[in-house]
Design a protein around this ligand. Structure first.
Ligand SMILES: Cc1cc2nc3c(=O)[nH]c(=O)nc-3n(C[C@H](O)[C@H](O)[C@H](O)COP(=O)(O)O)c2cc1C
Length: 177
């Protein structure tokens, strides 16, 4: 199982959670960690390179901090430009078919805020539907996301544990089957 982790964090130097996750992932040489904001500081994405990377891996992770109920903009740009007709979708667009897609998302707000009547009113499953719809269109299998809520109040131990759980999860074959 070859795993590609595409990270979209615009301010990784000041990150705690996503940076800890990357540190843990890098202990596992079989994972390819690909940080979009580092690779493309000018935000000019090399589409062929990105497509090749995806083709070379079986399981793709989109890792990001939740910004305004979505991903930071470079991951959206990546989707707009890399997921092309004839490659990712359309009658011949089958290059991602049967690969697996996992979201790894950190949120500032606590878990109980992500539910009906909570401050954010909607669950993470509801808010992440556009990613799931994208996955459906490109023919990837959408696996349950890794969500770390409550980064504002999390302590070091919880963050370290989340990094270990994340790595365990992405290496688990046939998760939740
Ligand atoms: C521009 C911006 C928008 C944000 N929007 C949300 C949001 O919609 N929901 C939320 O729970 N947290 C939101 N946050 C908090 C981030 O999700 C949180 O700081 C991040 O997940 C922490 O991860 P890090 O330590 O890797 O930076 C936002 C933060 C920023 C800077």
């Amino acid at each position: 199982m070859k795993v590609l982790v595409i990270v979209a964090h615009p301010n990784i130097e000041e990150s705690i959670v996503n940076r800890t996750w990357i540190g843990e992932l890098k202990n596992h040489p079989s994972v390819t960690v690909h940080e979009l904001y580092k690779q493309y500081p000018d935000e000019k994405i090399d589409i062929e390179r990105e497509q090749r990377l995806c083709e070379e891996h079986d399981r793709i992770v989109w890792q990001f901090p939740f910004y305004w109920y979505s991903s930071p903009p470079l991951l959206k740009k990546w989707q707009d430009e890399v997921l092309t007709h004839g490659w990712a979708y359309g009658s011949d667009g089958n290059k991602l078919h049967n690969k697996e897609l996992i979201l790894a998302v950190s949120t500032g707000s606590a878990k109980e805020r992500y539910q009906a009547g909570g401050r954010n009113n909607y669950s993470m499953s509801e808010l992440l539907k556009p990613f799931q719809a994208t996955s459906n269109l490109i023919g990837t299998k959408f696996l349950p996301p890794i969500i770390f809520n409550g980064t504002y109040t999390a302590n070091d131990e919880e963050i370290k544990e989340s990094a270990k759980a994340y790595v365990d999860y992405i290496f688990t074959k046939d998760v939740f089957q």
